[in-house]
Design a protein around this ligand. Structure first.
Ligand SMILES: [Zn+2]
Length: 456
């Protein structure tokens, strides 16, 4: 099934009136589409042509209409849309396990900011992001939404790997990696957008204001204006801790969410990471403005930052995606683990076993994330016309036996390591658990080299 071993469909092309496509995947034991009805198809099939899904249905339906130049039998596998990691700082895999078990502000000011000042350079961003990409691909993530400094080097890593990504150049009001003079941040942001690889359909640029406590109102306003002008996603960390909300409310006379709204920032082109401390009026505001939220349960739990009002946000119609956040506060990038934790955290917190059911959680990790990062028209579900981004899970394992409900399995039983194959734009990027076209060992070696200098 790997890229260099195509299989023939076996029929005579001259007598065959079926439409010829690049690739037919048939006999999928369970095809989880994540369409509007969350349809799950037993004995499902996909027809893929030019990187796009030509059709989705049962094996019988697809083989009646399509003949693949390549043809793959996926019996024993569950296929689902590639997961969308809606919030991550890829380069931070270099800081995995650095300064665990500290409060957020102490962790940021005493560990992460000094480590970034000393070590965040183009070399670290390239290899750290590439390591994160390798981990995410192997875990079935086909799209990630990133924010960091030296983001052109993150874009280089994404381009070299074939993953789909929204890449946000970070902006703060103090000297930052690659931006020693914050007064020249705008120049830096414009240079990033100018240099962004054009003509790569899997990559989109973005700008990322770190937070309302590290960016002034003026900074947030010009960054959002630039995003609007270029038609790109604006990202920001919003109301992650109670302390920051208290401080900002005292400083501005209104909560951070209402501050962003006063600045004209909340709209469907804005993605707010965390949103842990929102009251009812702020939830209604986000829903009204159509701004997206990236929910990061593991990072929030590890830093004890708070529990986001996810059931209330979903009920109010806020678009919520799921993210891992950076590796330093998680400490892995397994979105299957994140789904499990998202489903259970809110149940335990509310002492209510029916909140955040598996279907809603899977929706957040696919459709919700796709919409939150501005790519709902292309990804997030397996439907004709959407991109051929999907992952195949090996069901022939003790912890996945028996199977009554494929969606329940995806949220409560599957681990990232159960992903065997991944395709992005119809190209196989993971085969038999191995990332194609990249030397995983070489990537790990480079990150170990960088970690040795961080340790010193
Ligand atoms: Zn973050």
């Amino acid at each position: 099934m790997c890229a260099d071993s195509p299989a023939a469909s076996g029929s005579d092309p001259a007598r065959d009136s079926r439409r010829e496509v690049d690739w037919v995947f048939r006999r999928v034991s369970w095809l989880v589409t994540c369409d509007d009805t969350m349809r799950c198809i037993p004995d499902g099939a996909l027809a893929v042509d030019g990187g796009t899904l030509a059709a989705v249905g049962t094996t019988e339906e697809i083989l009646q209409r399509f003949r693949g130049r390549r043809d793959t039998d996926l019996s024993g596998y569950l296929v689902l849309p590639g997961l969308v990691n809606a919030h991550v700082h890829g380069a931070m895999s270099c800081f995995r396990g650095l300064g665990d078990d500290l409060p957020l502000m102490q962790w940021l000011t005493e560990v992460i900011f000094p480590a970034e000042a000393a070590h965040a350079n183009p070399d670290m961003v390239y290899w750290g992001t590439l390591l994160s990409i390798v981990e995410m691909l192997k875990n079935g993530v086909t799209t990630f939404c990133d924010g960091y400094f030296h983001e052109e080097d993150a874009a280089r890593a994404a381009r070299d790997s074939g993953i789909r990504a929204v890449l946000g150049q970070g902006i703060v009001d103090f000297p930052a990696p690659g931006i020693p003079d914050p007064g020249r941040a705008r120049e830096r942001a414009e240079a990033f957008l100018e240099a962004f690889p054009a003509g790569v359909p899997t990559l989109r640029p973005s700008l990322f204001c770190h937070a309302p406590y590290t960016c002034s109102a003026e900074t947030m306003r010009w960054v959002k204006d630039l995003c609007r002008e270029r038609g790109i996603l604006f990202q920001i960390h919003l109301s992650e801790t109670a302390g920051e909300v208290e401080e900002l409310t005292a400083r501005h006379g209104m909560s951070p969410a209402f501050l962003l709204d006063r600045l004209g920032i909340l709209d469907p082109g804005t993605l707010c990471a965390h949103a842990n401390w929102l009251d009812t009026s702020e939830i209604a505001l986000l829903a009204r403005r159509g701004a997206g939220v990236a929910h990061n349960p593991e990072s929030n739990m590890k830093l004890a930052a708070g529990v986001a009002p996810v059931p209330e946000m979903l009920a109010a119609g806020v678009n919520v995606g799921l993210g891992t956040d950076g590796c330093a506060s998680n400490n892995d990038l397994d979105l299957f683990g994140e789904m499990d934790r998202a489903a259970k955290l809110h149940k335990a917190f509310r002492r209510d076993p029916v909140v955040c059911p598996a279907r809603r959680v899977l929706w957040m990790a696919t459709r919700g994330g796709a919409k939150a990062v501005g790519w709902a028209d292309g990804i997030g579900s397996l439907e004709a016309g959407k991109k051929a981004d999907f992952a195949a899970i090996d069901l022939k394992q003790p912890h996945l036996t028996p199977l009554y409900d494929p969606v329940s399995h995806l949220v409560y039983a599957v681990k990232g390591s159960d992903v065997r194959h991944v395709w992005i734009e119809g190209r196989q990027t993971v085969c038999d658990g191995k990332v194609q076209g990249l030397e995983e060992e070489a990537v790990m070696k480079e990150v170990r080299r960088i970690a040795a200098s961080i340790r010193r």
